[in-house]
Design a protein around this ligand. Structure first.
Ligand code: C5P
Length: 213
C-alpha cells in the first residue's frame, strides 16, 4: 500500500476540492469514490430498475462501466440521491471494494475521497482527514454549484437533501459515514477554500513526517 490520503466526510463539505488539490500537490492519482456509487445509481435508473432492490443494484455494480464516471449525468442532484440509495446495499459496496483497494495499493501514494475510506477501504492509511461543515453552509455551496450547472432548484430543497443524505449515509448498517478514530477533523464552515486546503496540507505534512520516522 502506498501513502494513502483518505479524505472522508459528508456531501458538499469541501472534501472533493481538498482531495483534488492534495492530489495535484503530491502528484498522486485521485479516486472520487462517490462517482462509483453515482454511476451505479444512474445505471440502475437508466435500466428502469429499482434503487432499493439489493440484487438488481449489485448486478449493476458488478458490471459497472467505468467510462460512465466521466459523464456529466453522474454529477446531478438526482444521481447523488440515487447513489446514496444504492450505497446502503452491502452487495453493492462489496462489488466496488476490490477496485478501491487496488487503487490504494498504488505507489508511491494516492488520494481517495469518500465516506468509508479511513474506516473500511484503507483503515491503515497513514493520512486521514474527516472534512465537514454545518449543513446550512454545505447546502449553500451545493446549491450554488447545482445552479451553476443549470439545475433549477431552491436552497431549502437542497438543505433537505443534505439532511436526508447525512441521515441515510450515517445511519446505514454497512460502512456508515463516520470519522475514523485516527482521522483529523477539519471543519470548513468558517473557512475559504484556500484556508481549508492549507489546513489539510498541514495535516498531511504532519502525517508524512511521522510516516518517514
Ligand atoms: O461524495 P458524493 O456526494 O459524490 O457521494 C454520493 C453518495 O455515494 C453518498 O451520499 C454516499 O451515499 C455514497 N458513497 C458511499 N461511500 C463512499 C462514497 C460515496 O456510500 N465511499
Amino acid at each position: 500500500m502506498g501513502f494513502v490520503i483518505a479524505v472522508d466526510g459528508p456531501a458538499a463539505s469541501g472534501k472533493g476540492t481538498i482531495a483534488g488539490r492534495l492530489a495535484a500537490l503530491y502528484d498522486y492519482p485521485l479516486l472520487d469514490t462517490g462517482l462509483l456509487y453515482r454511476a451505479v445509481g444512474v445505471a440502475v435508473l437508466d435500466g428502469l430498475g429499482d434503487l432499493d432492490d439489493p440484487i438488481a443494484a449489485e448486478a449493476v455494480a458488478r458490471a459497472l462501466d467505468l467510462t460512465a464516471l466521466d459523464r456529466a449525468e453522474v454529477r446531478t442532484r438526482a444521481a447523488g440521491e440515487a447513489a446514496s440509495r444504492v450505497a446502503v446495499h452491502p452487495g453493492v459496496r462489496a462489488a466496488l471494494f476490490d477496485l478501491q483497494r487496488d487503487f490504494a495499493r498504488r505507489e508511491p501514494g494516492s488520494v481517495i475521497d469518500g465516506r468509508d475510506i479511513g474506516t473500511v477501504i484503507a483503515p491503515e492509511a497513514p493520512a486521514k482527514l474527516y472534512v465537514t461543515a454545518r449543513p446550512e453552509i454545505r447546502a449553500e455551496r451545493r446549491w450554488k454549484q447545482l445552479v451553476g450547472q443549470g439545475e433549477d432548484v431552491g436552497f431549502q430543497e437542497i438543505l433537505a437533501d443534505i439532511r436526508k443524505r447525512d441521515e441515510r449515509d450515517g445511519g446505514r448498517k454497512d460502512a456508515p459515514m463516520t470519522q475514523a478514530v485516527d482521522a483529523v477533523l477539519l471543519d470548513t464552515s468558517e473557512m475559504t477554500i484556500e484556508q481549508a486546503f492549507d489546513a489539510a496540507r498541514r495535516i498531511v505534512e504532519d502525517a508524512r513526517a511521522h510516516h518517514r520516522l
